[in-house]
Design a protein around this ligand. Structure first.
Ligand code: MN
Length: 739
């Protein structure tokens, strides 16, 4: 045998021995046998094949298996699958061969790996996206497929040197675009960091080497700073009997580059940015959480903490499983330093993510976060968005976003991406709740649906059966689930409206003994100011076009007449128990603000809907309560002029404790964002609660009413003035009759 082959064989044997001796499975006779069996099968199948580097091919699957068990921390099954991951794709062996030799489970994982291999090797974008989707779908089969795929990619990145430059750039690009975020999302922090660094190395070699060099040069100074900062802490923790390790790692090359890039700063301005990490061996009998806070307290006795910079991922772990207590303190030279406090167990999870969870027997609570994430991915994948590129963008967004945790009124935790709005929350609870949402209460305050949530918010969604999703909604949701639900609802809505409108027209025509024909449509389309028949149907369906004057239009083009009908309803009557009326010294009725109807000694007239601050007059009506009208109300005016003896002077007590329902009418230009600006002005700037919103846009104009609760006329006038200032709002005025 030539010497080269001997050396290679020795290298292969070494790798195999390392795999057998260093891994997590218990190295029982049986386990070792299985590993050897997998190795023999792969080695035979790949024999004669070489990688671009010239290495025998089997070096690659062995290294992937090492990453899988040593660096990710997976067990025997995954290790065997990693050894076999390329055989079906690249050799004559089939899935049946694998199944016969190793059983169903291993065969199905290898099958998953085979199906997604070459995911990114296609030229067309949409194929890539479609394949990526396929890859993620395997998540629902067995998440180990993704872990092994990441290990495969990591080893390929580590050996990228031997590939041609253009392939390097392509693979490095995919890595930073999809694999690194995916690793992050699975909590594989160390692997994510390495993927990012390697990707940078091949995309921007000069930058990479320059930063790497500078990190080396500044090492000594960094160590000095760390020691200076750590010594008092080490002393104090020792005194308190903690078994711990303290370290300060510089940021990764990639994150330094990113910071230089984003903040436009030099290496020298940020090179000493790093976090001090304290990893402790928990004392027995005391909860880890308590010990984290004990250490926190010891540190902040030495260095002053920065207010509001505590990150408590001990009480509520991040969605990717991360647990730790972070704080930022003022170091000896007046420099802020981040300190991360973790137990050994937390540290392992932080470095190796969910795979590490599986080492700790208490799976029940920990696995569930992963389960939840996989469930969300599955929902995303199953949503019929169809457009693969769009899906990829949305999905990538979700991968990159860091997360917030919010609570339902019952205290259930919901994880959402950063910048998610109340509407995202509604859709996360249930599609129907999203579709019917009209507003939300965040921490008991009413907010519009576009309100951006923050971690810790308690969110309650207000719904209405008459609510329907609008195109505007699409622009203020971030989750894939909400986006596709809105899209679907809008599609269904348009289709539905067109259908309804068409049927309505057929019916109306029938009444005058006509059937729809192109002659009739030709007359109707311009008469109703529409461009084509679908628009006509849609406008009929949504009530924008009424068919009252259908006959006139068809016989002759008489102009339509708009008759305004005022429905006046007389105030609620009458046979209520007698209530005590209060008068001041001049005999004026005092209108008390009261919550209970029973206590109220008056009724508010529906025809003019008075609110505190309005000039009012009360009208005696038999035995019933006094009816309160605005003095400028037409009904009241009539009574004043004819039955003056029934009038009683009245005025409000104003405590601003109660809110009164008022209605405003608005119209203007239906420009993008105008609805949101209106609701924002009402709820955010003026802190006024809305009851119903009834705005419709058509032909670039919007029109409608909003019912809201105000304390008095001052509030209402302010609101109207503020709304008038909004771009696109043409006119705002108070509506007198509410019904
Ligand atoms: Mn491979």
């Amino acid at each position: 045998m030539p010497e080269k082959v001997l050396i290679e064989n020795r290298k292969i044997d070494e790798l195999l021995e390392q795999l057998i001796s260093n891994c997590n499975f218990n190295s029982s006779e049986k386990d070792v046998k299985l590993i050897r069996k997998a190795f023999n099968m792969a080695n035979d199948a790949h024999s004669g094949m070489r990688r671009k580097s010239g290495d025998p091919y089997i070096i690659h699957p062995l290294n992937v298996a090492l990453i899988v068990c040593e660096e990710i921390g997976l067990g025997l099954t995954s290790t065997v699958c990693a050894i076999l991951h390329d055989v079906v794709e690249d050799t004559d062996l089939t899935i049946e061969d694998i199944e016969n030799a190793f059983g169903k489970k291993i065969a199905s994982i290898v099958d998953g790996l085979t199906k997604i291999s070459g995911v990114f090797d296609k030229e067309s974008n949409s194929l890539q996206a479609e394949n990526f989707r396929k890859m993620l779908l395997t998540l629902s089969d067995d998440v180990r497929v993704i872990f092994i795929k990441l290990a495969d990619r990591l080893h390929n990145m580590r050996t990228l040197d031997s590939l041609p430059r253009n392939t390097q750039i392509k693979i490095a690009g995919e890595t930073i675009y999809l694999y690194a975020p995916l690793a992050h999302r699975l909590g594989l922090y160390t692997i994510k960091s390495e993927l990012e660094d390697l990707s940078l190395k091949y995309r921007y070699p000069e930058v990479y080497h320059e930063i790497a060099e500078k990190i080396k040069l500044t090492e000594e100074r960094r160590l000095h700073v760390i020691n200076h900062f750590s010594l008092p802490i080490i002393d104090a923790l020792d005194k308190n009997g903690f078994d711990f390790h303290i370290s300060g790692r510089p940021k990764s090359i990639y994150s330094i580059w990113q910071k230089m890039h984003q903040k436009n700063v030099t290496f020298e301005e940020i090179y000493d940015l790093f976090a001090i990490r304290i990893v402790f061996n928990p004392k027995p009998g005391i909860p880890e959480k308590t010990q984290c806070w004990n250490i926190y307290s010891i540190i902040t006795d030495i260095y002053a903490p920065k207010p509001e910079r505590i990150r408590d991922w001990v009480s509520t772990p991040k969605a990717n499983g991360y647990e730790a207590l972070h704080t930022t303190v003022m170091g000896p030279k007046g420099k802020w330093m981040e300190v991360q406090i973790r137990s050994k167990r937390m540290d392992e999870i932080a470095e190796r993510g969910f795979a590490a969870h599986w080492h700790y027997k208490d799976k029940s609570s920990q696995a569930s976060e992963l389960d939840k994430w996989i469930k969300r991915i599955r929902e995303t994948l199953e949503s019929p968005t169809a457009d693969a590129m769009e899906f990829l963008d949305d999905f990538k967004l979700n991968l990159f976003s860091s997360e917030i945790l919010v609570f339902t009124p019952k205290g259930q935790i919901i994880t959402l991406p950063k910048d998610a709005t109340a509407l995202d929350f509604a859709y996360d609870i249930h599609t129907e709740i999203g579709n019917k949402a009209i507003g939300a209460k965040v921490n008991h305050r009413l907010v519009p649906l576009s309100h951006i949530l923050s971690s810790g918010d308690q969110v309650e969604i207000l719904t209405s059966d008459v609510q329907k999703p609008t195109l505007e909604w699409y622009h203020f949701v971030t989750t894939v689930k909400a986006k596709s639900a809105i899209k679907n609802a809008l599609k269904a809505e348009t289709k539905n409206r067109t259908e309804v409108g068409k049927n309505l027209l057929i019916e109306k025509l029938k009444e005058i003994n006509l059937t729809p024909s192109s002659r009739i449509l030709k007359k109707l389309i311009p008469a109703y100011d529409t461009a084509h028949k679908d628009e006509l149907y849609s406008k009929i369906g949504s009530g924008i076009v009424s068919l009252d004057n259908l006959k006139d239009i068809l016989s002759k083009n008489t102009k339509s007449k708009w008759v305004r009908v005022w429905g006046l309803s007389v105030g609620r009557s009458q046979k209520k128990p007698e209530k005590k009326e209060t008068y001041d010294s001049s005999g004026t009725l005092i209108l008390r603000e009261t919550m209970e109807d029973e206590e109220r000694n008056y009724t508010l007239a529906k025809c003019c809907n008075p609110i505190p601050g309005d000039e009012v007059v009360a009208v005696r009506q038999g035995d019933g309560p006094l009816m309160v009208h605005r003095t400028d109300c037409k009904v009241a005016l009539k009574i004043m002029s004819s039955q003056g003896d029934r009038l009683v002077a009245a005025k409000w007590t104003q405590h601003k404790v109660l809110s009164y329902l008022a209605r405003i009418h608005l119209n203007g230009w239906d420009r993008f964002g105008v609805y949101n600006a209106i609701t924002n002005t009402i709820t955010k700037e003026l802190n006024i609660s809305m009851r119903t919103i009834n705005l419709h846009g058509h032909d670039g104009i919007f029109d409608g009413t909003i019912d809201l609760y105000v304390h008095n006329t001052t509030d209402l006038n302010n609101l109207i003035l503020n709304l008038m200032k909004l771009k696109g709002v043409e006119a705002v005025h108070r509506v007198e009759a509410m019904e």
